[in-house]
Design a binder for this molecule. Sequence first.
Ligand code: SF4
Length: 356
Amino acid sequence: MKTFDYVRPATISEAIAAAAVPGSAYLAAGTNLLDLMKGGITRPDRLVDVTRLPGLDRIERLPDGGVRIGALVRNADLANDANFARSYPAVAEALLSGASAQLRNAATVGGNLLQRTRCGYFYDPASACNKRAPGSGCDARDGENRLHAVLGWSESCIATHPSDFCVPLVALDAVVEIEGRSGRREIALEDLHRLPGSTPELETRLAPGDLIAAVRLPAEAAFAGHARYLKLRERTSYAFAVVSAAAALDIEGGRIRQARMALGGVAPKPWRARAAEEVLADSAPDETAFRRAAEAALADARPSGDNAFKIELAKRIVARTLTLAAAGTPERLPALPASPFSSIPVTSIPGAHHDA
Ligand code: SF4
């Protein structure tokens, strides 16, 4: 492993100054970064440890009913905060479906947003990878790519964004607070991550030294009663999503007043499904609307090799997530959070008869 400097600033402004030096990287829990360093994938000259910075580990209710989550709040602490989970059940469900209990206890909110893709070629220094070594090519294009993107990908990179947490956050219009060299600014989470285009090595809109300070969610009382996150993965826990979906519905008088929908595991960034939301608005919450929403959500999908199955799978997950959300947020999260097999009879799920 390459040697590096380690600094532990006492204030946010010191941290920004230290991390703005080329070759620097912020260190929080390190659940992704340290693996990347051990594998020689990322080779920072300097780690700026932010874990002792004051004021970044709080969950605060805002006067408008929203919530502000400090970047150093641990994933498990947020998911298990009863007030938070009641207001944002799909976010809690997504958090609990991610990684393992040990990792959730360590991983931070800010780090979750900035975790890197799990494309196997990215983690293999012997493979061509435009994200790791710009201009070297992409071995995933003609390689093992059944888990790669079907939306938003480019000829340069077909990797997916791995976060569960970001999916409901994007659906619910989360905002990221960033401290940088020119002060504090805000950006919609939906705009934080870039699509790969011809520069897949540029993954976010953060500048050198920029520090994610917090994530803010607007008040979501209208959605809390009908919100779910559903994740399909290759084993029940400690696996990234093959496909996932977050849905939140505002239902009144038997009609959907407004809908929020996003997908995970299908694109290089958490994927807001606005076309599906438009289909659902002012519709009855029934199988017909859910199937139309699923078609709309995946209308632009293109396979890139072995992953054509993900398009049909994603449509079914969209329909199932909407079915679950329409049935109502459960009083308690299921024992296997975000599992399609965890909480409702398979026979009541649209498309289930095709799945046996
Ligand atoms: Fe690298 Fe992206 Fe290609 Fe994976 S898909 S090998 S991350 S360029």
